[in-house]
Design a protein around this ligand. Structure first.
Ligand SMILES: CC(C)(COP(=O)(O)OP(=O)(O)OC[C@H]1O[C@@H](n2cnc3c(N)ncnc32)[C@H](O)[C@@H]1OP(=O)(O)O)[C@@H](O)C(=O)NCCC(=O)NCCS
Length: 165
């Protein structure tokens, strides 16, 4: 697979809206803006000129204040996604490796994120990459889906001390 994982560029927004239109409307544009303000990193996985995955890193920590109070302030991963037809071919793992490389390059030493408490296979995926459960009570995360309806789930928080060389 001809895979390239790189930081988003403003000119990518239209193609991202077309191919990766899941989740909150306008999210690509919002993340590009946050990256411009040095508040986030938005990595896109490209197969040729088609985007097949993404992940956003919020550099100033988890959005939920209770979680931030419990774990501290370090980059927080959000919305890792690989399109369904490209899963289980190593793309998700490669995106996570690139996230860690980008963070190490910027001198960040830790990464964390919430995962749905019932998403056992996804939790296994992160555990295989060295992430472990932080000492944080399960917490609720809510968002608006593509129809603008409120959605949400209960999450646990995983972290990893990055081994930057
Ligand atoms: C989680 C996700 C990004 C993983 O991407 P991927 O490209 O399939 O990951 P990889 O191919 O690198 O998988 C690595 C391993 O984890 C396993 N795995 C990862 N996620 C899995 C899942 N949801 N179900 C079953 N197995 C999974 C793969 O089978 C593979 O196992 P192997 O190394 O023994 O072959 C992808 O499944 C996805 O987009 N899921 C929907 C969105 C989501 O749940 N995101 C996480 C939010 S916290």
């Amino acid at each position: 697979m001809d895979l390239d994982i790189r930081l988003v560029d403003e000119k990518d927004i239209a193609i991202l809206d077309k191919h990766l239109s899941f989740g909150t409307p306008g999210k690509h544009q919002k993340r590009v803006a946050l990256q411009k303000e040095d508040k986030g990193l938005y990595l896109i996985a490209w197969e040729g000129d088609v985007p097949i995955g993404h992940v956003f890193i919020k550099l100033d920590g988890p959005g939920e204040q209770a979680v931030k109070d419990a774990v501290g302030t370090f980059p927080n991963l959000e919305d890792l996604l690989v399109v369904e037809e490209k899963r289980e071919r190593g793309v998700g793992t490669k995106i996570m490796k690139e996230v860690e490389r980008q963070l190490c390059e910027r001198n960040y030493k830790k990464l964390g994120f919430g995962v749905g408490i019932d998403e056992l296979k996804t939790i296994e995926f992160y555990k295989a990459l060295g992430y472990g459960k932080a000492d944080v009570e399960p917490f609720k995360v809510s968002w608006k889906n593509e129809k603008g309806e409120k959605d949400g789930e209960t999450c646990i928080y995983l972290t990893k001390d990055l081994s930057c060389s």
